[in-house]
Design a protein around this ligand. Sequence first.
Ligand SMILES: *Cc1c(COP(=O)(O)O)cnc(C)c1O
Length: 432
Amino acid sequence: MTFYPYKNGRLHIEGVSLDELAARVGTPFYCYSASAMETAYTSFVAALGDLPATVCYALKANSNQAVIKTFAQLGAGADVVSEGELRRALAAGVPAKKIVFAGVGKQPSEMATALDAGILQFNVESLPELEALSRVAQEKGSVAPVALRINPDVDALTHAKISTGKAENKFGIDIPSLRGFLASAAELPGVRVEGLAVHIGSQVTDVNPYRTAFERLVALFVELRDAGWPLERLDMGGGLGIAYRDGAAPDITRYAEIVRGAVAGVGCKLIFEPGRFLTGNAGLLVTRTVYVKHGTARRFVIVDAAMNDLIRPTLYDAWHDILPVAQFSPDAAREPYDIVGPICESSDIFAEQRSLPTVAPDDLLAICSSGAYGAVMASSYNSRPPAPEILVRGKDYAVIRPRMDYDALIGQDRLPEWLDDSQQSSEPRGAA
Ligand SMILES: *Cc1c(COP(=O)(O)O)cnc(C)c1O
């Protein structure tokens, strides 16, 4: 099933034409298919079958309130990595008891907010963090529920910038240190270690590294529980990848089989933290061609979206399929184009030497698989207001984040008194 059909010669998202959306909010804009998100969520849950699992959507992939709420209504919890994300999850109606707080650098104030909210667990990654959490909880007369995130020293076989499970990565506690760590934890009155957690990286498409990571995690869990530690939960993390181009989709059924094999007979509750898998292929970034420029070496399509809207190609050398909104025949003549944005950086490139049917100025293009790590990583670099976001469901759509206008963008700045003409007193300073 495709959520992006061509109808009457034009590309649609579900039942809504991209032309209509472009007319409504201008370009560039993000649009998301609610049905694609719901389908991804239900397929993830279905693959887990009867495993005792809580699926905590990793907000950092796409934290728009409408997106979080779409998953919350299906029963999802949330995986958050900051107080801002915690507040977003709570505001969207995610029950605190389904919220996991991850991240290597939680600050005491963030811990306090999460404790007050009564979240399910803190995933702790270092002894100093555990000590800080204990102090914060003690001050409140409470005890923080903790899962220790281990570093399984597994290569997730993904891009180096999104690999998190190797010994040289900043994440997690090394397995050899864990016993000593638990002994220290037992001395801390403000924390109770209830589980172990792992997260080996993002855009993992070969599921085999999960097998190694989960086996190490479960072996530790069983060993520690047998030694008397009252552990009751395993957090398997997220990271399951999506197909950005043909054929590279991970097999969700095999992933679930690996989980089932690893936890067989352990009898504890499980947490999963998918982000990209739930939203990545549910989004398009739609952009308009401004100019087509014929250089001596290359042919450039200069579009009105840029790296400030979608930084994945620049940051991770990521491939995104690009579809013309005008339908084309499979045997249409094609030319190699570099699809680039208007920002004053040579790295502002969406695709190099991409073979596309002839592109003309004003043509709309859809940059596919932009629903995860797209809008959330946007900036206003070059003083470009971040692109608006639209959620589509069937024939309905809603603007879920309007485009910021220039007054709002500039209005974020404040002038110091000595530069502010409107504040200056008529008396020159020091004249009295
Ligand atoms: C980023 C992150 C996730 C989500 O990763 P995806 O690749 O989007 O599934 C899950 N858990 C933790 C701890 C993370 O840092």
